[in-house]
Design a protein around this ligand. Structure first.
Ligand code: SAM
Length: 231
């Protein structure tokens, strides 16, 4: 793989577009250009290879394998159901035994969701989340060196905020790839007392320190309308 990484990448990409093997997808997602997820109009994954030197170094491969194995342990032996749908429909079925993790489109940033995600959606999401019978946590960008996210100040008042910084790789040009402060906004009463916060000049594996993760692991019940677990 080290000697023919790029050729191998395209081989797997072609195979994935025919077979949809999830393990192939993990490989592509971890070795494609900046971890971008993009499909063409035929539904084919079309992101090019990421030509970073030392792309498949042992430490990186080990990290991915460890992440998969951690998630596998959490998911093992539980009754999981995956649903694809509008978040409003998914949240209608939430009960008090659930924990909800929300990873919505980032409002106020140039993320292309075909203009389907408006400020009204973003405001509704946090309003409806506050009325849920259970706890929730929501990821959101907070600030970078140019801007502060007004959404957090305007709509997330009273939520517990845990912040951390990481390097944003997905900017269109190098100038747009900066240190970004992200926030995890948690329903009061459910956050742990301390949280590890780190400033890193490069990409990091984001890890949240929440009681609810334990809770989710035990009950196997979690509602998330997106599937975020690898960064
Ligand atoms: C920040 S991304 C989440 C990425 C995901 N956590 C992952 O790691 O792949 C936001 C996601 O919200 C989805 N989305 C946009 N509008 C939505 C809606 N009305 N209902 C449910 N999901 C929506 C987008 O398709 C996108 O995948």
């Amino acid at each position: 793989m080290l000697s023919r990484g790029e050729d191998y990448y395209y081989e797997v990409r072609e195979r994935f577009n025919k077979s949809r093997n999830p393990l192939d997808f993990i490989f592509l997602n971890r070795s494609c250009f900046n971890g971008v997820m993009r499909f063409n109009s035929k539904g084919e994954f079309n992101v090019p290879f990421c030509r970073k030197p030392d792309r498949f170094r042992q430490a990186y491969v080990t990290k991915i394998v460890n992440q998969i194995s951690q998630i596998r342990k959490i998911m093992h032996d539980k009754d999981w159901e995956f649903r694809v749908g509008d978040w409003r429909n998914v949240l209608e079925n939430v009960t008090e035994d659930d924990f909800v993790y929300l990873d919505p489109p980032y409002i106020g940033r140039h993320t292309d969701y075909y203009q389907q995600w408006s400020e009204d959606d973003a405001a509704d999401l946090v309003r409806i989340a506050r009325d849920l019978p259970c706890s929730f946590a929501m990821s959101m960008w907070k600030e970078n060196k140019y801007r502060i996210n007004y959404y957090v100040t305007r709509y997330c008042d009273g939520l517990i905020e845990r912040t951390f910084s990481h390097f944003d790789h997905v900017g269109a040009t190098v100038n747009h790839r900066n240190l970004m402060q992200e926030a995890l906004l948690i329903k009061p009463g459910y956050a742990t007392s301390s949280c590890h916060t780190e400033q890193c000049p490069k990409a990091v594996h984001l890890q949240f320190n929440l009681d609810e993760v334990e809770h989710t692991a035990t009950t196997g019940k979690a509602h998330s309308y997106c599937n975020s677990w690898l960064y």
